[in-house]
Design a protein around this ligand. Structure first.
Ligand code: NAD
Length: 243
């Protein structure tokens, strides 16, 4: 398809998922090589698992932190950050927890599923801590019990603030570009539907058809960085390899 002119749009949303960060070397959850092909989420990624064996769940997340800390943002992360720098109305809504949008230079990111770089505790008054080091202090300094990663696990509700910010951004957008999401994790997967229903331009970037492909008027069946290089060549910073 022809390159896009971002100046033709008033409010632009990039809606991103694990496939984007696959280009930075971070495995997706589903599909070949996906995290859940190797690990049972019931033992590593739900509150019950954490309550039963917090050290095991921490070990799993520390390993993920180390992997994410050593990853470099892909070209697509950098192009999205450049789009936000040049078009302040760009909203970035991500299901990813890895912080790679921010490391690529994005200044505001709506994190629907939290961030692996934060931890939280249920005790009253415990501050939410932003971690800079890959390995966190596991016990709450206020109450002395286990803190947990500030991410949305299976069966967790979403935090209301980011979901509302995501709904608002999508309600206002006239261009939505979805990148690297399978569209099966609800309620996040539901959000882009509102843009399609209102007639916004909706572009899906994913090498595979997804559960929600029908909402999109344009499908780019290739990797995130290659697709953005062809869609937004002015933002490409060079290089032709994925990531
Ligand atoms: P998913 O694992 O369900 O699906 C990934 C999608 O990415 C697939 O549809 C796949 O076809 C596509 N894909 C693979 N390679 C791609 C590429 N190079 N370019 C574009 N697309 C590509 O991921 P999801 O839809 O984001 O939902 C799963 C949940 O997993 C989310 O909640 C997310 O928080 C979490 N998750 C996050 C990370 C991360 O933070 N990096 C990693 C794994 C999973």
């Amino acid at each position: 398809m022809n390159p896009l002119e971002l100046d033709d749009y008033q409010h632009i949303v990039f809606f991103t998922g694990a496939g984007l960060s696959a280009e930075a070397g971070i495995p997706t959850y589903r599909g070949a090589g996906g995290t859940w092909a190797k690990y049972d989420y019931r033992a590593y990624a739900c509150q019950r698992a954490f309550d039963g064996d917090p050290a095991k769940v921490w070990d799993f997340h520390d390993e993920r932190r180390l992997r994410m800390a050593s990853a470099e943002p892909a070209a697509a992360h950098r192009m999205i950050a450049a789009a936000q720098a040049t078009h302040p109305s760009v909203a970035i809504i991500t299901q990813n927890i890895d912080g790679l949008h921010q490391r690529a230079g994005a200044h505001h990111v709506i994190e629907l599923h939290g961030s692996i770089w934060r931890v939280r505790c249920r005790c009253p008054g415990a501050p939410q801590v932003n971690l800079e080091a890959p390995i966190a202090e596991r016990l709450c300094p206020t109450c002395g019990v286990w803190r947990r990663p500030d991410i949305v696990w299976f069966e967790d509700p979403l935090q209301p603030a980011p979901i509302q910010q995501g709904i608002d951004a999508i309600a206002a957008c006239d261009l939505l570009i979805s990148i690297g999401t399978s569209g099966v994790v609800y309620p996040a997967a539901e959000l882009p539907r509102a843009a399609a229903q209102r007639g916004a331009r909706c572009i899906e970037i994913n090498p595979e058809p997804t559960a929600v492909s029908e909402w999109y008027d344009t499908h780019l069946r290739t990797g995130a960085s290659d697709a953005l290089r062809s869609l937004l060549p002015d933002l490409a910073t060079g290089g032709t390899t994925p990531g």
